[in-house]
Design a protein around this ligand. Structure first.
Ligand SMILES: [Zn+2]
Length: 477
């Protein structure tokens, strides 16, 4: 019922720790509070999902919230700066989904269940039950937010639980995507339960893909024996830096899509618009004449590609050919330090090949650089991300720091999305904003068995890239 805090003291500056410049990095572990009737909270079983009905668990009407979701600050949650953080996190959910919240006065008893924000004495305690819990005295559903949990990202995570989301890494199918490194857990007997899976049938994934960068996913070093112990390892090693949304404070595309599905899937059902959303988009319950789109896409049907935001033009839709072509981050071609891309820049490139082809990409060029923090483990402040899976709405591989990745990636579809993201934070990590150069070319979708199995292609890419990069490139060409 409690949460642990990983507290780091020290300030890393390009390989050295400056203790004089004290900074605090806080990594939160929150736990979904358990209640005796948790087992009665069942999402629609998998076999019924195909019928496209909305949730079908027996007490769904009780466990889903009716809008707006009331919340109140308890009498010990007085600091306006803390309240602002909570309101900012709530605004993110309201922006990305159809759910609405309403702030109400704190009182001993409510007519209907109300989320009551409480600041516990234990500053590292944060947690709440998943979904609406309807048995509390006075209809007060307490959300504990210890002082160290008060970041927009962590509070948004907690409100994800409030809305009914469990941890992404608790999905029954998580072992296909991540490994838990049990031997690296601190206090194994007490911490192992934090990594337990939900039984098959007790929750539904809606068939949505696993996203290691979900707002609801733990970070890769959580509950580690040491600061840098890896406790969650991605099966696809290229995804390791993407685990746990360590950079983004935003709700990921499929986090929002799940909440929208459960709370307002019917909203657009009777719309005269029969939208054929592209690129994994779906009818926007807040505006049924258009689709909600994954990163990099816009337009009523997600048919438009969003090129860039920021100081310099970049990005675009580009065809892959059988010969090598290159894309660059803004100003890269000059290859001088002071001509690097600008803070706050975003770029989106969509590389497309014919439907029966795949795409290979490889970082090249003499310079590569995105500010990152390297102590006690690497986290990206800026990064270039390559989305090469079947679904480019899912977070892909993120690369940062100053060493050019020595890897060739083969896509599993005929599209690859390349994203450049630069933080607007005042104090990004170490390293220059050199950016990147990336080569891309078209390849044939044949594997060693001569079949066109997408899963086997992906497996090959995900497991063998380190050792067989060149072999595979030659073979796939
Ligand atoms: Zn949590």
């Amino acid at each position: 019922m409690c949460c642990n805090i990983v507290l780091l003291v020290g300030f890393e500056k390009c390989g050295m720790i400056y203790k004089a410049h004290l900074a605090v990095a806080v990594s939160i572990v929150c736990q979904v509070l358990s209640y005796s009737f948790e087992d009665s909270f069942r999402w629609k079983p998998a076999e019924h999902r195909r019928k496209r009905k909305i949730i079908d668990f027996k007490d769904k009407d009780k466990r889903l919230w009716s809008m707006p979701v009331p919340y109140a600050f308890s009498t010990n949650f007085t600091a306006e700066s803390d309240r602002k953080i909570v309101r900012a996190a709530i605004s993110e959910w309201e922006l990305e989904t159809c759910v609405k919240f309403r702030e109400v006065e704190d009182q001993e008893e409510y007519e209907r269940t109300t989320v009551v924000l409480v600041k516990p004495q234990d500053s590292s305690l944060c947690g709440v039950g998943a979904g609406r819990i309807y048995i509390f005295t006075g209809n007060r559903q307490v959300l504990f937010l210890g002082h160290r949990c008060l970041t927009v990202q962590t509070v948004a995570h907690e409100f994800g639980h409030v809305l009914g989301l469990y941890h992404e890494h608790a999905r029954p199918d998580r072992d296909r995507y991540i490994d838990i490194i049990w031997s690296n857990l601190t206090n194994f007997e007490s911490t192992k339960k934090q990594f337990s899976k939900k039984p098959e049938g007790s929750i539904t994934t809606l068939g949505f893909p696993y996203d290691v960068a979900s707002l609801m996913h733990y970070g890769p070093h959580i509950y580690g024996k040491t600061w840098d112990s890896v406790t969650i390892r991605a099966k696809d090693p290229l995804l390791q830096l993407s685990i746990g949304a360590t950079t983004d404070t935003t709700i990921q595309f499929y986090d929002a899509k799940t909440v929208n599905y459960f709370y307002c899937n019917d909203t657009c059902r009777n719309s005269v618009m029969n939208l054929q959303c592209q690129h994994g988009g779906y009818p926007d319950p807040k505006s049924c004449h258009r689709c909600r789109c994954p990163q990099g896409f816009s337009g009523d049907l997600c048919e438009w590609h969003e090129r860039y935001t920021g100081a310099d033009p970049c990005g675009g839709v580009i065809p892959a050919e059988s010969f090598n072509q290159s894309i660059y981050s803004p100003n890269y071609i000059n290859e001088f330090e002071h001509f690097s891309y600008k803070k706050g820049q975003t770029c989106n490139w969509l590389i497309k090949a014919p439907h029966d082809k795949l795409i290979a990409v490889r970082f090249t060029g003499t310079r590569f650089g995105f500010p990152c923090t390297t102590y006690p483990y690497v986290t990206c402040d800026d990064y270039v991300e390559v989305r090469y899976g079947d679904d480019i709405g899912v977070t892909g591989a993120r690369f940062c720091c100053q060493e050019r990745p020595n890897v060739t990636i083969i896509s599993s579809s005929n599209e690859v999305l390349v994203l450049l993201r630069s933080t607007r934070k005042e104090h990004a990590g170490c390293g220059k904003r050199f950016g990147f150069r990336l080569n891309y070319w078209m390849v044939n979708p044949v594997n060693r068995n001569g079949t066109k199995s997408r899963s086997s292609r992906l497996l090959a890419v995900n497991t063998l890239y380190l050792f067989f990069t060149y072999v595979w490139v030659v073979e796939w060409l």
